[in-house]
Design a protein around this ligand. Structure first.
Ligand SMILES: NC(=O)c1ccc[n+]([C@@H]2O[C@H](COP(=O)([O-])OP(=O)(O)OC[C@H]3O[C@@H](n4cnc5c(N)ncnc54)[C@H](O)[C@@H]3O)[C@@H](O)[C@H]2O)c1
Length: 428
């Protein structure tokens, strides 16, 4: 069933992309919002969207221009918070959806933020380090009018990392005239970053995966795991599952798919990717050429940890996993969700499963404000507690209302956001 949504003039029905998936998720939760449903349109309209031109001088002397975005979806519960993505397929629709999922995620795990996201439409692999730095700095200057430690705090996402965050922090600080370490999270430790932040999203995926496995009566020791995306989120989650005795039987990245039914050596695969940039050519596994076959791999837990709109009506039927752990944002379309539900597959939604990153980003921000830094054990303990509590609360609500975990997470989150909206009232 295709639900047609009202499309703002700056998008087309044809080009609605991930934003359309998000709107459908909001439609599914609306009947459960009671009187707060009166405010639900708030969730369907990003508060503020900035589109910027990012010009740089290339190393060969030519001038290149890139599209840059920063969307603040909602700030009812606190400043905007969400990553920055550098990818050739970034669109306004994608950044809108990712910012909205941040609003939902931050409310679902109850960190005091609204939702935001940013991106540049570029393949960073085509840039030199100098060009990458110039592009990052120019983008930061352009969005500098709406970000800030109390306004909107970017973080890493696809193809951005600690170095990019350091350049963003420095550029913003230079423009302000004083060091503002709290303007971004996911920074290097030496610049006010937090221990445990780099691993936090993957660790959160693992923690929630263990909770879900208990509910499904699945022993992690010996469980078969398949992971799509072997970057920050996917590789860390894979490693933690392997360390816990699970077998990582398949990994797919943007170039290739490697499998081994007895389990891949995750540390060796990480070293290979570090060296070559991809899982392609890894000698410790068998490469499969048909990418679509990845979805039909014999596994217990499937972790999509690459991009959105990966699990669709085309492949949902072939999935054999008992549990899907959404490391990526928005990997499953609403129609695919329905197919998985009918098959009895437990889908742990992105807004819970990958919330570990923003949770430790919150710790980093708090540490920066107080200039007092915690130990890694303290961070991991607090992270684990928040993830478990959020999962348990959503699980209980899903049972009570007889809805999916996604709808339950959206009920918790939308209620928090819309209550804040109602209490604050509309100005003027
Ligand atoms: N980094 C974080 O803290 C964080 C937090 C929450 C959610 N996420 C989400 O997790 C996902 C991955 O982010 P990341 O930070 O690990 O990015 P990353 O850049 O570190 O890694 C991305 C990985 O996805 C792979 N990939 C890209 N396109 C692909 C395709 N078409 N098919 C298969 N694999 C593909 C890449 O090869 C790479 O292995 C994104 O959806 C992101 O929004 C990230």
């Amino acid at each position: 069933m295709t639900i047609k949504h009202e499309v703002p003039s700056y998008l087309t029905q044809h080009g609605i992309g991930p934003w359309g998936d998000y709107l459908e998720q909001i439609d599914r939760v609306t009947p459960y919002l009671g009187n707060l449903a009166r405010w639900v349109e708030t969730m369907k309209r990003p508060k503020r969207m900035l589109i910027v031109d990012v010009p740089i001088e290339r190393d060969d002397g030519t001038i290149a221009h890139f599209e840059g975005y920063r969307v603040q979806h909602n700030t009812s519960r606190g400043p905007g918070k969400g990553g920055v993505r550098f990818h050739q397929d970034v669109t306004l629709s994608e950044v809108m959806a990712l910012s909205a999922w941040m609003t939902v995620k931050n409310a679902a795990v109850n960190v005091p933020y609204g939702g935001a996201k940013g991106g540049i439409r570029v393949d960073p692999k085509t840039l030199s380090q100098g060009e990458l730095q110039r592009m990052t700095r120019r983008y930061t200057s352009e969005i500098g009018i709406i970000i800030g430690p109390n306004k909107d705090i970017p973080a890493p996402d696809v193809n951005t990392n600690e170095q990019i965050m350091a350049w963003m922090m420095d550029t913003y600080s230079m423009n302000q005239g004083s060091t503002a370490s709290g303007v971004v999270t996911g920074k290097p430790i030496s610049l006010g970053g937090s221990l445990g932040r780099r691993e936090a999203t993957g660790r959160g995926v693992f923690v929630v995966g263990c909770e879900a496995a208990v509910k499904r009566g699945l022993d992690i020791h010996g469980a078969k795991i398949a992971v799509q995306g072997f970057g920050n989120v996917g590789s860390i989650a894979a490693r933690l599952f392997a360390d816990a005795g699970a077998k990582v039987v398949a990994v797919q990245d943007h170039i290739s798919t490697v499998t081994r039914s007895s389990g891949l050596d995750v540390a060796a695969l990480q070293a290979h990717v570090q060296k070559t940039g991809s899982v392609a050519g890894f000698s410790g596994g068998e490469e499969i050429s048909d990418r679509a076959q990845f979805w039909a791999v014999d596994c217990d837990i499937l972790v999509p940890a690459a991009l959105e709109q990966q699990i669709t009506v085309e492949n949902a039927g072939s999935i054999r996993a008992k549990i899907i752990l959404e490391g990526a944002n928005g990997p499953t379309s609403p129609a695919a969700d329905d197919i998985l539900h009918e098959k009895g597959v437990l889908v742990v939604p992105d807004v819970i499963a990958n919330a570990g990153g923003v949770t430790v980003s919150y710790f980093e921000w708090v540490q920066d404000f107080s200039s007092f830094f915690w130990t890694e054990d303290e961070i991991n303990l607090r992270l684990t507690r928040i993830m478990r509590e959020a999962f348990t609360a959503v699980w209980q609500l899903a049972e009570e209302k007889k809805v999916s975990l996604r709808t339950a997470a959206f009920i918790v989150a939308c209620t928090r956001v819309l209550q804040a909206r109602e209490m604050r009232g509309l100005y003027p």
